[in-house]
Design a protein around this ligand. Structure first.
Ligand SMILES: *Cc1c(COP(=O)(O)O)cnc(C)c1O
Length: 373
């Protein structure tokens, strides 16, 4: 093997304005390069304890079971479902985009009887229709997406939906991979049972961890299982033994990722979660105004438009793919296209975490203006 074949890793630095990952601040990269220590090193256990406290601040919860799952956002999805589903359980999945589809797929692989509550891509659910659907049979859980990254919607009235779920004896699973840190999320205030996210979207850490928080109501359901969790690696009853009071080995904690997440969360605390979500909103509004001026109005009505991901509609006579390639190749700017029923019809522009900066919007709008001309 000729070592000269593999050159130094030198990638063009990109301005990441897609649906994730977002740009990672230097402080987080620096923490990432801290030499790892053993998974039972008292110093590392101290870091883990701090991360749990920081995550509770982020999720706005007092839930004891709050920790980062080793894996990307999809591992969070999987953990949120596999721990609470036993074969034959009936679950209701709200599907209004790509990630809702993924929830339904994962739930069925764990042997759930999956019923789908559907809305076209780009719409959201009303508490009344969710309540009606939950009344049709005894569901163990309802799962839905807060910020649907395939369409740019934000589910609103989550507190009323949680209340409906609890009236019918179901747990509420909420995916906040694209929304946590970018828009207000209030796990205890809304009474969400299982809520998870991802490190690489509005938290601006590298991809690889999925923060999750689990209510006492859901912990009780977990402990009442008759069958073992079908996924060994994501079994929270095992993971909590490592993250709990008397740590014991479960799997090697991905130390560097946890260092990076800790630093990203320290940045959130310094800015405050309220100021961070306000910044995402203010920058999103700048983008929305600029897109309207370019004749690219956002697909999603203002009432339920996601601040961390905007989906402008692209007129038919515009070569949307060509413009995306030009932005990336010539300007190092990444945005994404639509897919599924929205393929070719929208772009997906993320302003997540450290990427949510006014100068990025100025740059992008100028580049789009020029490309459209
Ligand atoms: C990105 C995303 C996921 C999946 O996360 P990965 O890190 O790609 O595994 C799940 N749900 C939503 C809403 C997302 O935006």
């Amino acid at each position: 093997m000729d070592a000269a074949r593999f050159r130094d890793l030198e990638l063009a630095p990109r301005i990441l304005l897609g649906p994730g990952p977002s740009m990672v601040p230097a402080r987080v990269l620096q923490a990432l390069s801290t030499p790892p220590v053993g998974y039972m090193d008292p110093q590392f256990l101290e870091v883990m304890a701090e991360v749990k406290v920081l995550l509770r601040y982020l999720f706005k919860t007092d839930n004891e079971m709050t920790l980062p799952i080793s894996g990307t956002g999809s591992a969070g999805m999987e953990a949120a479902l596999c721990n609470f589903i036993e074969p034959g359980d009936s679950v209701l999945i709200a599907v209004n985009g790509f990630f809702g589809e993924r929830l339904a797929e994962i739930a069925s692989r764990y042997g759930a009887q999956v019923d789908r509550l559907e809305r076209p891509w780009g719409e959201i659910f009303t508490p009344a229709e969710v309540d009606r659907a939950l009344g049709k049979k005894r569901y163990k859980l309802l799962a839905m997406i807060h910020g649907e990254t395939s369409t740019g919607t934000m589910q609103i009235q989550v507190d009323e939906i949680a209340a409906a779920a609890h009236r019918h004896g179901a747990l509420l699973v909420l995916d906040t991979v694209a929304s946590l840190g970018g828009v207000p999320v209030d796990v205890d205030g809304w009474d969400v049972d299982i809520c998870y996210s991802g490190s690489q979207k509005c938290l601006s850490a590298p991809p690889g961890l999925a923060p999750i928080t689990v209510s006492q109501r859901a912990v009780d359901v977990l402990h009442a299982r008759k069958t073992p969790v079908a996924n060994w690696y994501l079994d929270l009853t095992g993971i909590i033994r490592y993250w709990g009071d008397q740590p014991a080995y479960h799997h090697t904690g991905p130390a560097n990722m946890i260092f990076a997440l800790r630093e990203a969360l320290r940045l959130v605390v310094e800015e405050t979660i309220a100021a961070q979500t306000a910044r995402h909103r203010a920058n999103a509004e700048l983008l929305w105004v600029g897109l309207e001026e370019l004749g690219l109005p956002p697909l999603v009505p203002l009432d339920y438009r996601l601040a961390s991901l905007t989906t402008p509609q692209i007129p038919d006579d515009i070569d949307e793919a060509g413009i995306r390639v030009h932005l990336l190749r010539d300007l190092n700017i990444e945005i994404a296209g639509g897919f599924g029923p929205l393929a070719g019809k929208i772009w997906r522009i993320g302003l997540m975490g450290f990427s949510s900066r006014a100068e990025h919007i100025t740059l992008l709008l100028a580049a789009l203006q020029k490309a459209l001309d």
